[in-house]
Design a protein around this ligand. Structure first.
Ligand SMILES: NC(=O)c1ccc[n+]([C@@H]2O[C@H](COP(=O)([O-])OP(=O)(O)OC[C@H]3O[C@@H](n4cnc5c(N)ncnc54)[C@H](O)[C@@H]3O)[C@@H](O)[C@H]2O)c1
Length: 255
């Protein structure tokens, strides 16, 4: 499978290192695009890859593009990828909380026989959450707790930055609240979100609580942060790698 990367930051670095170490069999990571050329060049050099000046230049030569850029890139560039019949893995899932955009992308994927993949990202338990959503869901909540630096602020004491519904949270913290968007899309409903800046923690944590016909589930994830971008959790990059691996697997496990 020939693969291109859109956005050569923290997540793309982890994925590319993995490929450079020969741990992603069947994935030929060859093309790199970033509006910051230097970033694209750095990554491409690790796997003897090619830097392209615009996304169009790689679309003829790949089967799949991994979006690890920004919500804006999802809006502006992902439609081009789908229009050319290519598959896409979307990491900036916050963009998809906008149901108009989500519907438009789904329609494009259907028309062009392409697939949109959303990895589980920085949380655990998405398989159970998806299965639980087959029945009636009564309540879903997410508490995200991060060091202030990870939220792009400074705070001396624990500070609740947001409490409300997922759609609003994603609009107010677009680069930081992909987990809320992923959960909300997986459940097919708005969820309750609390975002806390906590100077006493050094990890990005997510607590999920769900109640429905299936019973009740609680998950907590304490994530190591990426050295290149502390807003991003290492697990998010790993989830994209696992998804890439699973595309070539004959035995699939989990929902
Ligand atoms: N799904 C999840 O759970 C999850 C977890 C962490 C991060 N994310 C999201 O994944 C994305 C990537 O995260 P990261 O930590 O690697 O980010 P990063 O800031 O380290 O890197 C992003 C790169 O993309 C480039 N870029 C941004 N917009 C672009 C555009 N329109 N065109 C071309 N290049 C563009 C930037 O120059 C940068 O090099 C972010 O949107 C982030 O919010 C999702």
């Amino acid at each position: 499978m020939n693969v291109g990367i859109l956005g050569c930051g923290a997540i793309a670095n982890i994925i590319t290192n993995f490929v450079a170490e020969g741990k992603l069999v069947g994935v030929d990571l060859k093309f790199f695009y970033d509006r910051d050329m230097e970033r694209a060049e750095n990554l491409a050099s690790q796997v003897d890859g090619t830097v392209v000046l615009k996304i169009d230049d790689l679309l003829d030569q790949v089967d799949l593009v991994i979006e690890t850029a920004s919500p804006q890139a999802v809006k502006e560039i992902v439609p081009q990828i789908l229009n050319r019949g290519k598959d896409v893995i979307i990491m900036s899932v916050g963009a998809l909380i906008d149901s108009d955009l989500r519907n438009e992308l789904e329609k494009l994927a259907e028309q062009n026989n392409s697939r949109i993949y959303i990895p589980s990202g920085a949380i655990v338990g998405l398989d159970g959450i998806k299965a639980a959503s087959i029945g009636k869901i009564h309540q879903v909540s997410l508490i995200t707790r991060k060091p202030p630096k990870s939220l792009g602020i400074s705070a001396e004491t624990e500070t609740v930055l947001y409490e409300g519904k997922s759609k609003d949270a994603v609009l107010k913290f677009p680069m930081n609240i992909n987990v809320a968007a992923t959960l909300s899309i997986a459940c097919g409903k708005e969820i309750d979100v609390k975002i806390i800046a906590d100077p006493n923690v050094d990890r990005n944590s997510h607590e999920v609580h769900m109640v429905g016909d299936f019973g009740e589930l609680k998950t907590t994830t304490h994530n190591m942060r990426c050295s290149i971008n502390p807003k991003t959790s290492v697990l998010a990059a790993y989830s994209a790698i696992k998804l890439l691996k699973s595309l070539n697997e004959n035995l699939k496990i989990g929902t």
